[in-house]
Design a protein around this ligand. Structure first.
Ligand code: WQD
Length: 339
């Protein structure tokens, strides 16, 4: 059985669907701090499969130990953590408490119960300001520009120290670029609590009239149209990358790092115009000052995941935006719920 920490989140729920569709037995835990248990229905509607769920915060070590006692887990997909760049800079302690302490508890309990296989949800933010593009897994990490990225970097360092202990650890670290979109069924998708930080949910909420205009955080970057460039990847492609990473754990490498991206960057203005072509809705916007911690451009060198995990992103930027907008329109009531 595979346990998914943070499994009712945007990324976790899509991985749950992929694993169930691959006939894997899964158990989801989540503290529901940034997701709702409605997601469980969506996963069930898509797959028709049953699975375990328990509301647990990784900082509650007693409940975590109890769960590992009750179930025979063979591996862990560790997604639980806070993920807002902006909020992480505003409240660093809660990010270190949630992301680092939660992970330390999880690793300790895994060790206690000899569960040593893990896929860890990391982020391209560990690269900080890239010196060369596309960026590959051997590039320098650690010069992160925000607290969220620092927590991911610190956890990567903890994992590297762990495998030196020769306790049979097998770990795949996945560095996500910018996951967007939603499952094509419209049953699950990105449903952040409060005002979204990320670009696409913000655009969608402006388009549906919930927010009045998009703030473009600076268009004076050294990019062709001045706005920030990111490597957006369809959430279903990203989820499939986790299946490949779980399969890779059977190989001999104690720890491996992989970029999960498309290898192609798009600017904010390009994203807006693709959305307008798809939806027929023009998004009102104003250009404001740059957001603290933002970088101008990053996109992935994706050769390693292709050659080693035999994984590549398959869905186009148009499909990503179409599926995200489809989710938004099908779930207006649900999205208002998580205020
Ligand atoms: C994308 C671009 C902004 C919002 C972060 C994390 C990453 C991952 C995704 C967790 C940038 C611009 C955005 C807005 C804007 N997190 N923007 N107005 O910061 O690249 O990545 O979120 O999985 O790990 O680092 O994503 O969507 O916030 O920004 O102009 O209202 O859109 O400046 O250029 P980011 P983002």
């Amino acid at each position: 059985m595979i346990i998914l920490t943070g499994g009712t989140g945007y990324i976790g729920s899509h991985i749950a669907v992929e694993l169930l569709n691959a006939n894997q037995e899964i158990f989801i835990i989540d503290n529901l701090s940034n997701s709702s248990s409605d997601v469980l229905k969506g996963i069930k509607n898509i797959t028709g499969k049953d699975f375990g769920f328990k509301k647990i915060d990784l900082r509650d070590k007693f409940s975590l130990e109890k769960l590992f006692k009750e179930h025979n887990f063979e591996s862990v997909v560790h997604l639980a953590g806070l993920k807002s760049v902006k909020k992480s800079n505003e409240d660093p302690l809660s990010y270190y408490d949630n992301n680092i302490l939660g992970t330390l508890n999880l690793l300790d309990v895994m060790k206690q119960f000899k569960v040593t296989k893990m896929v860890f949800s990391s982020s391209a933010t560990v690269y900080g300001l890239p010196k060369k593009l596309p960026i590959n897994e051997n590039s320098n990490v650690g010069a992160t520009t925000n607290v969220y990225g620092r927590t991911k970097f610190i956890i990567e360092e903890i994992l590297k120290d762990l495998i030196g202990k020769k306790e049979g650890w097998k770990i795949s670290v996945l560095r996500y670029f910018n996951p967007i979109g939603a499952h094509s069924s419209g049953e699950i998708g990105e449903n952040p609590r409060g005002v979204p930080d990320n670009l696409l949910p913000f655009i969608f909420q402006v388009a549906e009239g919930r927010l009045d205009k998009l703030k473009i955080y600076g268009d004076d970057y050294d990019t062709p149209d001045g706005s920030g460039i990111r490597d957006y990847v369809h959430i279903e492609d990203l989820a499939a990358g986790h299946i490949s990473a779980l399969n890779f754990l059977k190989e001999k490498n104690p720890i491996s790092f992989f970029n999960l991206g498309t290898g192609r960057g798009y600017s904010v203005y390009e994203i807006m115009s693709i959305f307008e072509n798809i939806s027929g809705i023009s998004v009102p916007f104003e250009v404001t000052s740059r957001r603290k911690g933002d970088i101008s451009e990053i996109y992935a060198d994706v050769k390693l995941a292709k050659n080693t995990l035999h994984w590549t992103a398959t869905k186009s930027i148009e499909k990503m935006i179409e599926d995200g907008w489809n989710w938004q329109q099908k779930n207006l009531n649900k999205l208002k719920g998580l205020s």
